[in-house]
Design a protein around this ligand. Structure first.
Ligand code: 5GP
Ligand code: ZN
Length: 134
């Protein structure tokens, strides 16, 4: 897609610190400098997010996420990972090309990667009836 930052990273028009690549995916360091080791995994074919990504690309992205997560923990001195994704602007997505954030974690690194939600407002049974797919 012409105006997509991540498509430009795939084509090389925008440079990146690429840490992994295969036929369907690439992974590179996030530019934000917000936390050490912040990595993004993306499909090489443009889709916006989990809502429109086809199953081939989705599977490829998740396989790369797992491969890197295992690499980080087995070979790079980390103990675990947080995986983050925002799908749609309503969820905070700022770059409209599907991506999974990986944050490598160490025991006692002090990073708080879990959002502060502020508490549920509605009855759980009501939300359950709205959300269930049974
Ligand atoms: P989102 O807010 O969509 O979940 O995440 C988008 C991420 O892309 C952000 O963490 C942001 O720092 C990162 N990002 C935006 N532009 C660039 C860029 O040009 N290069 C790299 N490496 N990361 C970028
Ligand atoms: Zn794109």
């Amino acid at each position: 897609m012409t105006n997509c930052i991540f498509c430009k990273i795939i084509s090389g028009e925008i440079s990146s610190l690429k840490i992994y690549e295969d036929d369907l995916t690439i992974a590179f360091m996030d530019i934000a400098r917000d936390v050490d080791g912040h990595v993004l995994v993306i499909p090489k074919t443009h889709c916006k997010n989990i809502l429109d990504c086809n199953s081939t690309l989705l599977n490829a992205v998740m396989q790369t996420v797992q491969k890197l997560s295992v690499h980080f923990t087995e070979n790079c001195g980390y103990d675990g990972v947080n995986l983050l994704n925002a799908s749609d602007e309503s969820a905070g997505q700022s770059v409209p090309h599907f991506h999974i954030h990986i944050i490598p974690r160490k025991n006692d690194d002090g990073i708080d990667a879990w959002p502060k939600f502020g508490g549920a407002k509605q009855d759980v049974q009501k939300i359950y009836e709205q959300l269930k797919l049974l």
